[in-house]
Design a protein around this ligand. Structure first.
Ligand code: GDP
Length: 532
């Protein structure tokens, strides 16, 4: 492998600059799918958002993984949506929609450069909204806040601003401001300007909204009181919280706020324009030694998702890789940084969007699917050229624990293999005691759904007959350094288990015991108080 020439490097930097790689996240039902469709509509990916009903067909029309799906009979279309907008390429990475907040969502967030957080105007901050904001904080992600469903009666805009600030510590600043209270969405003004963008939904979401600029004061269609209230609201928000500052947004101290009614395509164009002009493009990523692999260095990427077993006939495994640097080409020489082994890139798939503006190469910020990538685990690095290792996937502290038993000794091999596979995908955590848990390891999860998925897959993909014991009476866990094990062994009521990489995890029966232990041994829990 020869290093990139100067002109290649300029090209890769320019391509990276065009990328906007992000996730839309929200409490279920806030309108994530609707906004995704509306964005795709604006990007002219579809001529009719919402014209197809049912998530399956919609997903199929939104992405272009068709070839791989046909070949393998598996569905991966929801992993990422790619579309051109202006001269940019947007990579919208999908997060699981189910209510159990899981590590899956967190993993996707490690592969994006910013997040778009949707709030339902009527519901404001909800449970998942808080958890997701917290996940973004832990990952240092800039967040654009979008108040959706402004066409429906809901809370006041200033009230929502307060709620966001109180729950997240980020200062919400108005990029635009709704003309009309929630339930009467007439248009959007830019704070400080005398005109506004009047809009009208056409054909309930099937076409772009009708939009035109009007003078607020003289607009005959607007009740003067409505205009006055909007101007007042916007100026209060600006006086209290200041104006948009890109540096503060990127640092996570500010969150720009915009208003939409995604179902009617209202405010969506303004959102896309904002992302195009202000949201961050991919930049160099820091490796485990604190060195930055710049975007124009040779190819490197990071596995953020592993999907296996969608088709039992093939026992396929696809590793989804976010390109961190360089250009990915099928057939290139690649290595798996953790094992040093070569990775077969011949059957890799670029995620290619539709439309003229999306290129066929995968550049920084893009997603590549590597088929039959046995041995690649979530959080692993692959690279061409000089070796690099990016920090692995941060693990969640599990909250539910159940011993899993193999009921058929003849199928022990499948059982062991299956557990190793689920662990490497990050589908569930597998913990063992100092003796190796001969009776059966402890499965540890963040949400109950993970146990169901794990037992079902052990059976279906690995032919193992398993049984889960009743849940253990612990409800939180924290990692400790190896030297802490001896000290904590003497404490009653705790249990110490080990992750496959040898890291020790202490299980606590309740919050009280956790706080007491942290108070007694603060040096063993340096992160406590920082993250949940
Ligand atoms: P998700 O669970 O976050 O993906 O939410 P969906 O996109 O499936 O939307 C949930 C429900 O809210 C659906 O019935 C949508 O039609 C509706 N919805 C989404 N956006 C809007 C909006 O802007 N206005 C109104 N009135 N309804 C919306």
């Amino acid at each position: 492998m020869t290093p990139l020439s100067a002109s290649d490097s300029t090209l890769v930097r320019a391509e990276a600059d065009r990328r906007r790689t992000f996730a839309v996240i929200s409490h279920p039902d806030a309108g994530k799918s609707t906004l995704t469709e509306a964005m795709a509509l604006h990007a002219r990916l579809l001529d009719q958002a919402g014209a197809t009903h049912g998530k399956a067909s919609r997903a199929a029309s939104l992405s272009d993984w068709g070839e791989l799906e046909r070949e393998r009979g598996i569905s991966i279309s929801s992993t990422a949506l790619r579309f051109g907008y202006g001269d940019a390429i947007f990579n919208l990475l999908d997060t699981p929609g189910h209510a159990d907040f899981s590590e899956d969502t967190y993993r996707v967030l490690t592969a994006v450069d910013f997040a778009v957080m949707l709030l339902d105007a009527a519901k404001g901050m909800e449970t998942q909204t808080r958890k997701l904001f917290d996940a973004c904080r832990r990952l240092g992600l800039p967040v654009v806040t979008v108040v959706n469903k402004w066409d429906r009666p809901g809370q006041g805009a200033l009230e929502l601003f307060d709620a966001v600030q109180e729950a997240t510590g980020r200062v919400p600043v108005a990029v635009n401001w709704p003309v009309g209270e929630s339930g009467r969405f007439e248009g959007l003004l830019t704070p400080g300007e005398s005109t506004y963008l009047r809009h009208e939904a056409v054909d309930s979401g099937a076409h772009l909204a009708h939009e035109e600029h009007r003078e607020g004061v003289t607009d005959a269609h607007l009740d003067p009181g409505v205009w006055k209230a909007a101007v007042e609201g916007a100026s209060i928000a600006t006086e209290l919280n200041g104006v948009f500052d890109r540096t503060a947004f990127l640092a996570g101290t500010q969150t720009p706020v915009m208003f939409t009614a995604a179902a009617g395509n209202l405010g969506v164009r303004a959102l896309l324009d904002f992302l195009l002009n202000q949201a961050p493009a991919p930049t160099g990523r820091t490796d485990v030694h604190g060195q930055i692999r710049t975007v124009d260095a040779e190819f490197s990427g990071y596995v953020f998702k592993v999907q296996a077993g969608m088709n039992p006939a093939h026992r396929d495994q696809i590793a989804f890789v976010r390109v961190n640097s360089g250009t990915f080409e099928r057939g290139m020489d690649l290595r798996h940084a953790q094992s040093g082994r070569p990775v077969l890139s011949k059957y890799a798939h670029h995620l290619v969007g539709r439309g003229r503006q999306t290129a066929n190469e995968s550049r920084p910020g893009d997603v590549v699917g590597i088929v039959n990538a046995t041995g690649l685990g979530v959080g692993d690095t692959i690279h061409a050229g000089p070796p690099v290792v990016f920090p692995g996937m941060p693990r969640f502290n599990p909250e539910r624990f159940r011993v899993v038993r193999n009921r058929d000794a003849a199928r022990h091999k499948g059982f062991a293999k299956g557990l190793a596979q689920l662990e490497s995908e990050g589908a569930i955590q597998v913990l063992r005691d100092a003796e190796g848990s001969p009776g059966g390891p402890v499965l540890a999860a963040v949400g109950d759904l993970q146990f169901e998925v794990a037992t079902e897959r052990l059976h279906r993909e690995f032919g193992a007959e398993v049984a889960l014991d009743a849940p253990l009476s612990y409800d939180r866990a924290r990692p400790i350094p190896a030297h802490g094990v001896q000290e904590l062994k003497a404490v009653t009521g705790l249990r110490i288990l080990y992750r496959p990489d040898g890291e020790a995890l202490v299980l606590f029966p309740d919050r009280w015991k956790l706080e007491r232990t942290v108070g007694q041994f603060p040096a063993l829990f340096p992160e406590e108080g920082l993250a949940g």
